[in-house]
Design a protein around this ligand. Sequence first.
Ligand SMILES: Nc1ncnc2c1ncn2[C@@H]1O[C@H](COP(=O)(O)OP(=O)(O)OP(=O)(O)O)[C@@H](O)[C@H]1O
Ligand SMILES: [Mg+2]
Length: 223
Amino acid sequence: MPVIVIASPKGGAGKSTTAILLATELALAGARTVLFDCDPNRSVSIWASRKKLPKNIEFINDVGESEIIRAIKHHDTDGKIVIVDLEGVASRLVSRAISQADLVITPMRGTTLDATIGARALALVAEEEEALGREIRHAVVFTMTRAIRSNQHKGIEVSLKGQGVDVIDPPLMERAAYSALFEFGGNLRDLPPQGNMEGAISNAIEFARAVYQRLAEPVEAAA
Ligand SMILES: Nc1ncnc2c1ncn2[C@@H]1O[C@H](COP(=O)(O)OP(=O)(O)OP(=O)(O)O)[C@@H](O)[C@H]1O
Ligand SMILES: [Mg+2]
């Protein structure tokens, strides 16, 4: 079953938030998910420690570069979706996780700095593709997006699409509920009200759906 790796060498790009939203929304939709926290800063572990894990989510941490491939293969069994959250660096651990991916997602804020550093994730994927002799599906998701997008953001999106990069629609909007997940744990439905909850929930559902669709499509359909 699919392995989704969330990777960007840019710190604070929204990787852990993306991993948690994806795991919780896919789990609510009925999928069994396994969420790996492979970041020594343990953001996802903080989320996991706040509350009893939501149904359908298995959580794993403390996986280093020597165990990562074995651990992913062990959990990559029928009926489960594996989601791997990584540190904001380029490292052997990151490359090894990418080598096991069916889909690599790079979260990116719509700023030139994020796009420039985030683009290095594309280079890491290309390196693994070359080493393995297979294609690895890759997509970018814009994070912390505001309702009115800046010209900088629009320009980056046009440029990525022009280079044939798969950009996930919808982006993850900037929502108080998303950052509150680290404070309260659980899924978005468990949170005390934070801003526009309905908007936050529907955005997360649509994002998870767009990711799920990519898992179902063959690689050639990506371009
Ligand atoms: N869509 C969003 N709306 C509101 N806040 C967000 C959103 N995405 C991320 N944040 C907040 O931005 C900060 C960084 O996000 P996150 O920890 O997910 O990034 P990261 O890429 O995992 O960072 P690191 O590289 O340190 O692991 C966190 O405080 C998080 O709560
Ligand atoms: Mg993180």
